[in-house]
Design a protein around this ligand. Structure first.
Ligand SMILES: Cc1cc2nc3c(=O)[nH]c(=O)nc-3n(C[C@H](O)[C@H](O)[C@H](O)COP(=O)(O)OP(=O)(O)OC[C@H]3O[C@@H](n4cnc5c(N)ncnc54)[C@H](O)[C@@H]3O)c2cc1C
Length: 425
């Protein structure tokens, strides 16, 4: 039976960065030892939200590798150079490339690891494999399923890195009626391609949410469908700006992870709560200004193509009349809004770590039933009877800090993981 040394589950930016770090340490030179499993058919970074005009929320310095090894061939700068755009990019005087370009950068990097990735394959279960006659877990069995053929397979690994990312949050009561066009922001552009092909039609679009995605979707619909009506609904008073100021931004630095880990749970929770406006339910201040100017211009020319509706909460859908039902929070009245397309920018949740539930008796959980990771992102085990190293990325904001679900520390985190992986224990 073949056992891989290491398998990465999910091949998004996090495990792609691990692949870069493995190559750097000369640990990626044998296909029979290392593999990554990715459920998508190809590498793409939030493809449904690759709105052409959308920009990164993070500096290109925080790419797959620069902050750990600026001389790596996998830097964003080297990508620009290889693609003949280094000088022109410099002329832009911009640290925040468009998301489309960052995706192209990631795809450029991912292509170099093609032989190590099994695409269109999902890991559905992981089980411990014991040394015969003992209670020592020696390695892990990963149950795979081909996403298209549904064919099942089991492969084995000594160590793993789980980087499964985020999954969309859709309100429970949303109907699955295919005649009603409702999609989560994650599928936004795919939905336009299939359901709203006439750019001149007088569609009625309703967008729900108050974060970056909601604002981007609203602007994109207004630009691409000049005859459509676009109504953005949200619960709060106004769209709030993301805090991108210099001192606060240090919360995403690698040093902060080290200190964050020394605080107790309550103190960490307070810091996260105080600085939620760096990332959650906030909009890039530049985009807020663009949107505000658009509404002003509408006043000037006497149109109402885009409208913002504060203090509204989505409560349900009337499938027969194709109406979204909102509660107006000021007076609890119900407001119905007819739509051709409804876009839910209602956020994401971290993909659960349930995939490792089959051996939870070996792993350390905190009082909130969350896995405890050490400074190297390795899951702590109850005793030495559990030999595999399990690394988890993107799921420990509560302990490692606000950078955990973002791109900020890809280079730092992957460096930590690969160094630990290279060590004998
Ligand atoms: C629209 C959008 C824009 C964003 N922009 C920014 C930004 O500008 N800056 C920033 O710092 N962050 C941004 N983020 C946050 C985002 O989480 C990170 O950018 C990044 O995607 C995290 O990388 P990841 O590899 O951890 O997760 P993901 O990118 O989510 O990748 C995880 C991968 O794992 C795969 N997978 C999941 N489960 C399985 C399984 N069981 N088997 C096999 N494969 C599996 C998924 O298909 C996916 O490809 C943005 C998020 C969104 C939604």
């Amino acid at each position: 039976m073949h056992i891989y040394d290491f398998i990465g589950i999910g091949f998004g930016p996090a495990n792609l960065s691990v692949a870069v770090a493995l190559l750097e340490k000369d640990m990626l030179n044998d296909h029979s030892k290392i593999m990554f499993i990715e459920s998508k058919p190809d590498f793409v970074w939030h493809g449904g939200m690759l709105i052409p005009e959308a920009e990164m929320q993070i500096s290109f310095f925080k790419d797959l590798v620069t902050l750990r090894n600026p001389t790596s061939p996998f830097t964003f700068i080297n990508y620009l150079a290889e693609n003949g755009r280094l000088e022109t990019f410099a002329n832009l005087k911009n640290f925040f490339p468009r998301r489309v370009e960052y995706n192209d950068y990631l795809q450029w990097a991912a292509k170099k690891f093609e032989n190590y990735v099994k695409y269109a394959t999902k890991v559905i279960k992981i089980e411990p494999v014991l040394i015969e006659g003992s209670d020592v877990v020696d390695y892990l069995a990963l149950h795979l399923q081909n996403v298209t053929t549904k064919e099942a397979e089991i492969i084995y690994a000594k160590d793993i890195s789980l980087a499964a990312g985020i999954s969309k949050v859709i309100p429970e009561y949303m109907s699955a009626n295919p005649d009603i066009k409702i999609s989560h922001s994650e599928d936004f552009l795919y939905s336009l391609e299939t359901d709203f092909t006439d750019k001149h039609a007088k569609y009625k679009f309703v967008v729900v949410g108050s974060g970056q995605s909601a604002a981007e979707i609203t602007m994109h619909l207004a630009d691409e469908y000049p005859n459509a009506k676009v109504d953005l609904y949200f619960r709060t008073y106004a769209l709030k700006p993301a805090d991108e100021t210099e001192f606060v931004n240090e919360i995403f630095d690698s040093d902060t992870v080290e200190t964050f880990l020394t605080y107790d749970d309550d103190f960490r929770e307070d810091i996260i709560e105080n600085h939620r406006n760096t990332n959650y339910s906030v909009v890039d201040p530049k985009l807020i200004s663009i949107l505000y100017e658009r509404l002003y211009y509408q006043k000037l020319i006497g149109t109402e193509q885009v409208q913002l509706h504060q203090f509204h909460e989505l409560k349900g859908i009337d499938s027969d009349s194709k109406q979204a039902i909102f509660k107006e929070l000021t007076d609890n009245k119900t407001v119905n809004m007819e739509f051709d397309g409804l876009f839910l920018a209602t956020g994401y949740e971290i993909i659960a770590t349930d995939i490792v539930k089959n051996f939870e008796e070996y792993l350390v959980y905190d009082t909130e039933d969350r896995l405890v990771l050490d400074t190297d992102y390795r899951v702590k085990t109850i005793n030495a009877n559990f030999k595999p190293k399990i690394f988890i990325q993107g799921a420990s904001e509560h302990s490692h800090g606000m950078s955990e679900t973002l791109l900020s520390l890809l280079a730092y985190r992957s460096g930590k993981i690969v160094t630990r992986l290279s060590e004998s224990d």
